[in-house]
Every structure is written in structure tokens, then in C-alpha cells.
Design a protein around this ligand. Structure first.
Ligand SMILES: Cc1cc2nc3c(=O)[nH]c(=O)nc-3n(C[C@H](O)[C@H](O)[C@H](O)COP(=O)(O)OP(=O)(O)OC[C@H]3O[C@@H](n4cnc5c(N)ncnc54)[C@H](O)[C@@H]3O)c2cc1C
Length: 380
């Protein structure tokens, strides 16, 4: 990838930078974050990688990289509809019926409808194909029963991309179906789970005799594994670009803090060890940025995200844990306070632990890289 901007790319950057300067605002609550996504949508800046016919911009890969960098530079809030934008939307575009595309894509872009991903179960995480939530055909509906767990955004979710078992005889990968489920349907109950960071951002979700019309199947009945893999590849490919915005903002704040917090009567930033650690964190973030551009280049060749997304997922999740460790070392006891800098350091340190579990654990990413990228034999 040529990293120098062409005149067109410079124009794209300048246009978005000027738009951000006028429109960006701080957003924290669900309502504020929804308003931020709506603002992006109205400005034509939501889902820029999506094809134009589905409301995106058909942005080139370089434009997507520029877009993320400008969001980070402008200190823009994160996108609350991230599961819809990065995972569900691209999967509906790839596998949905014309009716599904017409119904679901626009509200994903505008943030009007929030999606969650109902894949994991108490006995099916890494080994997702062992899932046991079931759907049994009854006329024009499926009747869904079972439990999901760790479902992020289910507490505010309008829709769920749900994996269920529909064939109980076939090998486990062959009897799965993917459904688009209205989270407001009778028979669904959501129980938030509190993480050690204090967040209750993920949930247990229980399905009791929930009726889902057969028109809500995404992909084909009993071929939901293919749909799930498409969704997971999109998740891994897109998450890396999205988290950069948060990481960059976080590192800038840490560098600024290192000038004001004292060690041995001097600003921490004067300490050579602190300087080296900050430089290391900066370098690692730059590596993430460049590897993201490299992954985008590979995506441009094949058109679909590949297992290389696992390299990025593994890298950013472990990188963020290292950076948060550095933050705690620099800030000392202040880093543990919930009322210092709004508790961001304490929160970020604790939340980073989940990074190496969500969207597939580090061990699973290493297995994928070994087998599917390096072509090594399967582990036993
Ligand atoms: C913050 C957060 C948000 C999440 N959001 C969602 C969501 O929105 N929707 C959703 O469906 N899920 C979500 N998850 C769940 C996540 O996908 C699972 O936790 C993850 O896939 C691991 O599954 P598990 O927890 O069942 O652990 P297990 O699969 O039981 O793994 C336990 C340990 O064994 C290791 N292990 C398992 N199999 C192997 C193997 N073959 N080789 C080597 N090691 C192995 C794992 O790496 C791990 O260390 C979220 C998780 C977190 C932490």
C-alpha cells in the first residue's frame, strides 16, 4: 500500500476533518452516543466502507484508514452501533435477501436500531459449533428456546444476530441456522452481568418459546456456520480499525498526564524509564496502524476478510494490556482511583483483560494463525 496521500485522498481527509471540526461533540450516555451516530449518518459518514447502494460511501481502503485516523485526532466518541456496523451489516450485505437488506441496513447506519450478537453460550464459547439453543419449525415460524451469554449490548439491543441449532442429527457444524431476532419479542429476557470494570455491558439472554418467522433466516437453514464465519471474520477485521480510535485517545491522554504527575519531585515524563515505556506504547500503536493498512490491502485483493484478521486481533488485544500496565506504572496509586480523570485509567486497565477473550481468545487466534495462515497441521 502506498501510504502517501493522493490529491483525492487529501481532499477526502480535508473534507472529513472540516466536517468533524464543526460537528463532533462529547457523548457518553446511550442517548448521546446514538445522537452522535445519527449525526455521522446525516453527514453521510456512517458505514463509509459499505457500498453506495446500501447507504455507505463505497470508500476505498485508504479512505477508511484516513477516516479512522481523523476520528482519533478529533477525539470523537466511539460508535454505539458498532456490532451492526462492523459485523451484522456486512453479513446482511453479503448473505441477506433483498427484503432483509431493504429492512435492516438503513437503521443500522443511523444508529436507530442497535444490534447484538447472540453466539456464545455457557457451554459453547471457543467451541462455538457445540451450541445448544434450538429452533424447531412450526408452520411459518421457528420456535426458539435456550440461553446465550456474554451478549454485549443486549440490554439496549433492538435486534440480535442469533445462532441456533435446527438439525439435531447432522454433525455439529452442519445443523446450525442464523436468525435475525427482534429483541422485543415475547419470551426474551435479558439479565445484565457486571464485569470487574463495573460495566454491565454484556448479558445473559434467555429465550422461551420465542416465535421467529422463517423469513428471518440469514443465509440458509442448517448452513448458519457459513453465516457465522462471515460475521466473525468481519468482526475481527473491523474491530482492529475501530479500537484504534479509543487507543490513540487514551495514549494521548497518558502522555499529557505524564507531564503533570510527579515522580521523585519531577514530572514523570522526565524519568527515562517512563519515557522509554511511553515511546514503546507509541511505537506499538503505530505498528497497529500500519498492520491495519496492510490488512486493508489484503482485503482489497480478496474482497472478503480472511484469517489474517486473527493476527490483528491477537496484536491489539495484547498490546492494549501492555499499554494499560504502563499507564498504571506511570500513574501509581492515582491510576486506581475511580474519581481521577473520571476513572478512565482504572476502567481501561480492568476492561483490557476482556480484550484477549472477546471475539475469540488469544489461544484460538493462535490456532487459526497456525493452521489457516501458516498451514501447520491441526493441534491434537
Ligand atoms: C467483553 C466481552 C464481550 C463479549 N461479547 C460477546 C457478544 O457480544 N456475543 C457473544 O456471542 N459472545 C461474546 N463474548 C464471549 C466470547 O466470545 C467468549 O467468551 C470467548 O469466545 C471464549 O469462550 P468461553 O468464555 O466459553 O471460554 P472457553 O471457550 O471455555 O475457553 C476457556 C479457556 O480455554 C482456552 N481454550 C479453549 N479451547 C481451546 C483450544 N482449542 N486450544 C487452546 N485453548 C483453548 C481458551 O483460550 C480460554 O483460555 C464476549 C466476551 C467478553 C469477554
Amino acid at each position: 500500500m502506498d501510504l502517501n496521500l493522493t490529491p483525492d485522498e487529501q481532499q477526502f481527509r480535508d473534507e472529513f476533518r472540516a466536517w468533524l471540526a464543526e460537528h463532533v461533540f462529547p457523548a457518553k450516555t446511550v442517548e448521546e452516543l446514538k445522537r452522535w451516530q445519527r449525526t455521522l449518518f446525516e453527514g453521510g459518514w456512517a458505514g463509509i466502507s459499505w457500498p453506495k447502494e446500501f447507504g455507505g460511501r463505497g470508500a476505498t481502503l485508504m479512505q477508511q484508514a484516513i477516516f479512522q485516523e481523523e476520528l482519533a485526532l478529533a477525539d470523537a466518541p466511539h460508535l454505539i452501533g458498532t456490532i451492526g456496523l462492523s459485523l451484522v451489516g456486512p453479513t446482511i450485505i453479503a448473505m441477506g435477501t433483498p427484503e432483509q437488506k431493504a429492512r435492516y441496513l438503513a437503521p443500522i447506519l443511523s444508529g436507530e436500531e442497535i444490534w447484538c450478537q447472540g453466539f456464545s453460550e455457557p457451554n459453547a464459547g471457543s467451541d462455538l459449533a457445540s451450541l445448544g439453543a434450538k429452533a424447531i419449525r412450526d408452520g411459518d415460524d421457528f420456535i426458539v428456546n435456550g440461553q446465550k451469554i456474554w451478549t454485549s449490548f443486549a440490554q439496549i439491543g433492538d435486534w440480535c444476530l442469533l445462532l441456533v441449532r435446527t438439525d439435531f442429527e447432522s454433525p455439529k457444524h452442519k445443523g446450525i441456522t442464523c436468525l435475525l431476532v427482534d429483541m422485543h419479542s415475547p419470551g426474551i429476557s435479558v439479565r445484565p452481568l457486571r464485569m470487574m470494570s463495573g460495566d454491565a455491558g454484556f448479558n445473559e439472554v434467555f429465550f422461551t418459546d420465542v416465535r421467529v418467522p422463517v423469513t428471518q433466516v440469514l443465509g440458509k437453514v442448517n448452513e448458519g456456520w457459513t453465516t457465522a464465519i462471515t460475521a466473525l471474520m468481519n468482526e475481527r477485521a473491523n474491530l482492529g480499525t475501530g479500537v484504534q480510535v479509543i487507543f490513540r485517545r487514551n495514549l494521548h491522554a497518558l502522555i499529557a498526564r505524564s507531564h503533570t504527575i510527579e515522580r521523585n519531585g519531577k514530572p514523570a515524563s522526565a524519568d527515562p524509564i517512563v519515557r522509554q515505556k511511553l515511546a514503546q506504547a507509541y511505537l506499538e500503536l503505530e505498528i497497529l496502524r500500519m498492520n491495519t493498512n496492510r490488512a486493508l490491502t489484503s482485503l482489497s485483493r480478496t474482497g472478503v476478510p480472511g484469517p489474517e484478521g486473527s493476527t490483528q486481533k491477537l496484536y491489539w488485544s495484547e498490546m492494549n494490556q501492555r499499554t494499560q500496565q504502563t499507564a498504571q506504572e506511570i500513574l501509581g496509586p492515582y491510576g486506581q482511583l475511580s474519581d481521577f480523570d473520571g476513572g478512565i485509567w482504572q476502567y481501561s486497565y480492568l476492561r483490557a483483560r476482556g480484550n484477549t477473550i472477546e471475539a475469540g481468545t488469544s489461544e484460538i487466534q493462535r490456532n487459526i494463525i497456525a493452521e489457516r495462515v501458516l498451514g501447520l497441521p491441526k493441534s491434537y
